[in-house]
Design a protein around this ligand. Sequence first.
Ligand code: PAF
Length: 282
Amino acid sequence: MLILRNNDGLSVFIANAEKAGRKIGFVPTMGALHEGHLALIREAATLTDIVVCSIFVNPTQFNDPADLEKYPRPISRDIELLHGTGCDILFLPEVGEIYPQDIDTSLSIHPGRLAEVMEGEFRPGHFEGVMQVVHRLLDLVRPHILVMGQKDYQQVAVVRYMLEATRSPVQLHMSATIREADGLAMSSRNVRLTPAFRAIAPVICQTLAEARELIGRMAPQEIMDQAIEQLTAAGLTPEYFRIVDGMTLEEVSDPGQHEQIVACTAAWAGDVRLIDNMVLRP
Ligand code: PAF
């Protein structure tokens, strides 16, 4: 695995790969890697000839400076974990490489409601930052396939919109969420959970699974109310639990009217914010 820290080195490598007709897969991350990220890289390796993974803690997608500061950055451990996953290039840029003073990296794309509901409501500006950095990284990496995790379902929907709006040729591949044995979705934030909240946190996945059982038998509003009660009773502080259309992310009132239905939730476990989702009807 080659570690590249600047755009010039990356650009030479990518140009050579393109000349050789190799198919490039890209997995963008913010580091603090776990089995979920490694699964994305392994999946990218099955789909493409060369896998590029980036680790860049993107300042423009954090609406809370404290969250940016607290974000874990265990870089040597990340590098160790990447060995043997099929990652060919680790791109490890500094802020100045991604957002140089002399290049306008801003993006004026407005996905509307897709970026305003759920995470957009509680993290204003977050998806603008995500679109900006993914767009910039795609410009640098020039992959054929972009691999992202279902864990961030709304992020995938917003990036899909961005790719369509910019007429990007990049193919977006969404990989299934990887869970701990007790159902907790793997996340870089899990390491910050206290033992007590770690024990409670699987209730998030249980509540989503219950929603999957209940959809079609109980009104979505009742399921959502019950889920909020259940998460609260367990000791979490839920921000939202929504049953939404899988494409528009608008709330579902009549499940019969929708082809794809997803339940998405965010809840605080102490001072750690966890998100998760489950497809209720594929
Ligand atoms: O999902 C993440 O880790 C980030 O939002 C991403 C896609 C790497 C952009 O910074």
